[in-house]
Write a protein that binds this ligand. Structure first.
Ligand code: G6D
Length: 339
């Protein structure tokens, strides 16, 4: 039997806890974020349920958060749309990242819960004002987290903007499928296509010609460790420079699998790219909460390629027309391997 219950903590934090027998998932109104996902006693994602009311406010790594209105970096915090120049807040050196300093990861969403046959839906709503982040247009946004009896977590984004704008939302959950929470180097990724866009200065994509990892490794199933330790000159340079993966990918058939010896995680998305970030730098958080070492987790950020507006101009897939409904869907399904 599936059921949901709400627990309130201090600082306005509500925890929405969904119980589905061997798996349990927890969301919060703060950033419409996932706080916890457990398979029996195993934590599948990074987060903190017990101290959620203190942990998330100071967490600089966007753990589990809905990120927007634009996920990833916009170079030099500026872009042009229909020949008009927009200046954003720089919150990553000279760049804008993850929607800027007033991104939606730091706001309280309204929500309602719908318990249906075989699934629970948590519908989070908010409005992003142009005055919040200096992008054009006010956006009415719904982020719907659905959890079902098959242990599948689905995120749907529904939005509408008052003006033509950029919209590139994603979820910044970090996964770790290891029972001992050891680093994720032993996980492997697989898809019929694993094309990695190479990064230049400040982790910003430098070329729209991706490198096929399937060709480079002659495999469709590749361990993170083999990527980190690759002797291929291009891969090696990228791994040494960025401390791991922080790259957008094109995947095959909208589907990718990540697994270790215990679990299989399948991601399915209608977004054009997935940014994989292997939590390469954990030194930027001076807090007792920071118990993380490099490669403690990895993200699967389903989104348009960051900085697409400056790379592709009016062909950028993140462009959203005024009053046009936006819809996007991503799901993550966890299953245990039969030994
Ligand atoms: C994103 O790509 C970025 C990283 O570079 C950043 O450090 C992280 O979010 C917090 O995945």
């Amino acid at each position: 039997m599936m059921f949901a219950k709400v627990e309130s903590q201090s600082n306005g934090i509500d925890l929405i806890k969904i119980d589905n027998e061997e798996t349990k998932i927890v969301f919060t109104n703060y950033g419409a974020r996932i706080v916890s996902w457990k398979y029996d006693d195993n934590n599948i994602v990074l987060g903190n349920v017990v101290e959620a009311d203190e942990f998330y406010e100071s967490n600089p790594y966007n753990f589990g958060a809905t990120v927007g209105r634009y996920g990833g970096r916009i170079a030099n915090a500026t872009f042009e749309l229909d020949s008009k120049k927009y200046e954003l807040d720089a919150n990553n050196g000279v760049h804008n990242i993850h929607g800027g300093p007033n991104g939606i990861d730091k706001r309280f969403f309204d929500y309602k819960i719908e318990e249906q046959v075989g699934q629970v839906k948590v519908i989070f709503t908010t409005t992003i004002q142009s005055a919040d982040d200096h992008f054009p247009g006010d956006i009415d946004l719904e982020v719907i987290h659905t959890y079902n009896v098959d242990h599948k977590w689905t995120i749907e984004y529904k939005a509408k903007s008052t003006e033509k704008t950029l919209f590139n939302p994603m979820n910044h959950v970090y996964f770790n499928l290891n029972r001992d929470n050891n680093v994720i180097d032993n996980h492997s990724i697989s898809s019929s296509k694993l094309d990695m866009y190479l990064l230049g200065e400040d982790n910003i994509v430098k070329s729209m010609e991706p490198l096929s990892l399937v060709n480079t490794f002659q495999e469709q199933n590749i361990q993170f460790k083999d990527i980190f330790d690759s002797e291929d000159a291009i891969v090696k340079e990228q791994m040494q420079r960025f401390g791991g993966i922080d790259h957008p990918f094109d995947i095959g058939g909208n589907e990718m699998t990540v697994e270790n010896k215990h679990f299989i995680l399948k991601v399915n998305t209608d977004m054009p790219n997935i940014v994989i970030y292997t939590f390469n730098d954990t030194t930027g958080w001076n807090s007792d909460f920071n118990i993380y070492k490099a490669h403690s987790g990895f993200t699967l950020e389903t989104q348009c390629i960051p900085n697409d507006i400056n790379l592709l101009g009016d062909q950028a897939p993140s462009i959203l027309e005024a009053n046009e409904p936006f819809y996007s869907k991503t799901s993550y399904k966890i299953s245990e391997k039969q030994l």
